[in-house]
Unconditional design. Structure first.
Length: 395
């Protein structure tokens, strides 16, 4: 595999670090800007919604820009947005900064995955995508904890300066190390053409369901884990690290599973495992056995992270294979559905938590994962009439 693909993983690490680190400094942000944690937390929802709605149109707008130049520009724009966040005098300016950061992130993630696909042979596609997605897993296990520690020691603004530095380093690395790749050449009309295709629509529905199920639970892991195990904030942070470690290790293995078994079986296995794990998590919240639940929770979160990440990489591989001549557009739609799932998952999990309690959160997540199994249809490009250039087979 082309080693320069790892430069793209640096970018997804940067974007992921920014997305995860805000949870670690949110109480300090709320205190400094004289607002509540719940109101401040809406910045996560704002980021996700802007990313979901603006990503595909922006990618269509810049479809003629060479990927190398687009990725460098997106990284620098992302750096500027985080610098604005670090300087924000109030919540309004910080929210604007988060909107701008979402625009920059949306212009990086999908083109990065499409560029990784362009730099590899067809049989290496799952591995290339797993490398770029792996940057996000490293962000969860390493970047976010480092950023949180920096924020705790130097103030929450330092966390955003840390991300700003990472984004500048990413821009320099892309410009100096990434080879030139021809632009995708697909406009907004191409995006609408993709949405008319049945396999693409089913694929996007799977993405939405996968992230809806995961974020419904992950967003409220603190109260759910506290109810099940009695762990405090440090214990929950450890669970998050274990979750990310599961995703990181799965990212290294899932490409081999896809190559040997195909996308559909891996997706079904991931969603089935998520359903079962969330059912076990539900039992731990009602069992009132903190010691046993604590022992169970760490391998459970490791497996949850592994299954979720395997599903996400499988979905990127699926959509990139369904539209090999429109990869940036297809992956842009994937990330749009992903962040829509993140936003709705946070809202739905919050309703379950406030309406019933922590026990209801994993129940809702498990039900969504189970229903999402029904969306794994038309996984191969030949299932939908498409141009001859788009007939690469994904089992």
């Amino acid at each position: 595999m082309n080693p320069r693909i790892h430069l793209l993983a640096l970018g997804t690490f940067t974007v992921g670090t920014e997305g995860y680190v805000i949870a670690g400094v949110l109480p300090d942000v709320a205190h400094d800007l004289h607002t509540s944690v719940s109101v401040g937390g809406q910045m996560v929802t704002v980021f996700a919604l802007v990313y979901a709605l603006a990503g595909p149109p922006l990618i269509g707008l810049f479809h003629q820009v060479p990927p190398k130049r687009l990725l460098m520009g997106a990284a620098l724009f992302f750096a500027a947005a985080n610098a604005l966040a670090a300087l924000a005098p109030d919540l309004a300016v910080l929210t604007v900064a988060r909107v701008l950061a979402a625009l920059g992130a949306s212009l990086f993630a999908a083109p990065a995955a499409a560029t990784a696909a362009a730099l590899c042979a067809p049989e290496e596609l799952p591995r290339a995508i797993s490398v770029t997605a792996g940057g996000n897993a490293v962000a969860l296990t390493l970047g976010a904890p480092i950023g949180t520690v920096i924020g705790s020691a130097l103030g929450w603004r330092a966390s955003f300066w840390f991300v700003t530095l990472l984004a500048v380093v990413t821009a320099v690395a892309v410009w100096t190390g990434l080879p030139d790749v021809p632009p995708g050449g697909n406009s907004a009309a191409g995006r609408l053409d993709l949405l008319r295709r049945t396999p693409i629509r089913w694929g996007l529905l799977t993405t939405f369901g996968l992230f809806l199920a995961a974020y419904c639970v992950y967003t409220y892991l603190d109260p759910v884990a506290h109810r099940a195990t009695g762990l405090g904030s440090n214990g929950v942070a450890a669970l998050m690290i274990v979750f990310g470690a599961g995703g990181l290790l799965a990212g290294r293995a899932v490409s081999r599973l896809i190559a040997s078994h195909g996308v559909a079986p891996v997706l079904r296995g991931a969603l089935t495992l998520i359903t079962g794990l969330l059912a076990v998590l539900t039992v731990t919240t009602v069992s009132h056995t903190p010691l046993l639940s604590t022992v169970i929770s760490f391998p459970l979160m490791f497996a949850f992270g592994s299954a979720w990440w395997s599903g996400g990489i499988s979905q990127q591989t699926r959509l990139a294979g369904l539209a090999p001549t429109q990869r940036a557009q297809a992956l842009g739609l994937h990330f749009s559905a992903q962040f829509l799932g993140v936003a709705v998952g946070g809202a739905l999990g919050g309703l379950a938590l406030s309406g019933v309690g922590p026990t209801a959160v994993p129940i809702v997540g498990a039900a969504i994962a189970l229903l999402t199994l029904l969306t794994i249809r038309h996984v191969t490009p030949t299932a939908d009439p498409a141009p001859a250039r788009e007939t690469q087979v994904i089992r």
